[in-house]
Design a protein around this ligand. Sequence first.
Ligand code: AMP
Ligand code: ZN
Length: 473
Amino acid sequence: MPAPARPFHLYNTLARRKEELKPLAPPEVTIYSCGPTVYRYAHVGNLRTYLFADLLCRTLEYLGYRTRQVMNITDVGHLTEDDVDRGEDKMLVSARLEQKRPEEIAAHYTAAFRDDIARVNIRPAAAFPHATEYIPRMLEIIERLVERGHAYAVENGNVYYRISSFPAYGKLSRNSLDRLLTGSRGEPDPRKENPGDFTLWKHAGDRRLQAWDSRWGRGFPGWHIECSAMSTALLGERFDIHTGGADNVFPHHEAEIAQSEGAFGHRVVGYWMHGDHLLLAGTRMAKSAGNFFRITELADQGHDPLAFRYLALQARYRTKLNFSPEALTGADRALRQLRERVAEWSASEAPAAGAPEAAARFAERFTTAIADDLDLPSAMALVSELLRSDLPAAERARLLLDFDRVLGLDLGREAGQTLPPGAAELLQRRERARAERDFAASDRLRDELAAAGVVVTDTPEGQRWRVTAPGPD
Ligand code: AMP
Ligand code: ZN
């Protein structure tokens, strides 16, 4: 029988305090993570939020849980209330500017997203549902909300959530009702019962490219309903953890609670976790403001993409983190040195009688740090302490490789080796397959990697890889 999972404490935005995780069906933990909108490239700020969710999954697995993570791909709209009122849809604006169909835009940016997360060792979720494939499910939930008095249609075919029907509206963001009401700028639809009522379904004009038939006529979904539909379709009407960025708390997650609980009549999400923002020169990195970097740009400047991951590990996920090229250069150097040490120490003889107790204490402290709401800065301080410790070299290397199951810094990578295109994603899929004990998939992925010139070996610390064939460059 496997050892029971270790306790994990997490800060629950809804409870406003740290709580011990009590999964619904241990050792499995079900996780829904708000994912990308695929009408533009992700920037490293977005990646910080996905990285936090990845660190959560890796930590839980390190502690002995199994994770099932779902991350949505928003390939329709991403309509905030403002956009709805202005009748502008970013997906369609991109389609117009790039002279492509919305599906082509979405496919292009979805593929770019998958490549980008692989570059920073964010393992793919078990499922990446596309919003456009869940329209019937969204309509089903909207109909339920109408039946239960939580939503109403107006004469042109728009359907709104009636926030006055859900007394707990505002409990996540602690927004007072009058602030909730002023949440939407622009000219509100005068047919709304209440200016704070948010859009569930929006009537489509004649020229709209993405629209679906419904009992209220042709239209398309609001952004928030997408996540209620996909989370409950894939994880059930109750699941453990929901993650997102700090800006998702209101209105997105506040609305999701009102929708999901309104439709199903009970609590759906056990714990809400939010990662804070990445800043550039003191302001939030944002697509719209144009102050952002893509991970590929940083790589083109000569940085190891994982240096960004190293940098992100220096701050707790709930604090803001300032990004700067200088800090990234420092992270690059530190990461390279760390890998060199591991390579050197791995080659040394394993001690006959090592220092098992001292090593166990390090492992214990590492576990304690990450189990405390993902305290990765403390875990990284421990890595530094381990580097300077007098543990036998082979023991230090072994511990670092073990910690790397969570850190994901490729500490076992041989110097100078780079993966051929696509191999990083295959490695991550294989790692996940192994974590899920899907050995058939893991073997198949090993063959695919071998065909791409990457030999994988499994060690107690996880898979290690070596490039055998020279890459295309
Ligand atoms: P978007 O594609 O704009 O919906 O953003 C995708 C995810 O990235 C959301 O969960 C946001 O909360 C998150 N996000 C956006 N900007 C930042 C930032 N500067 N730092 C961290 N996360 C961000
Ligand atoms: Zn969402």
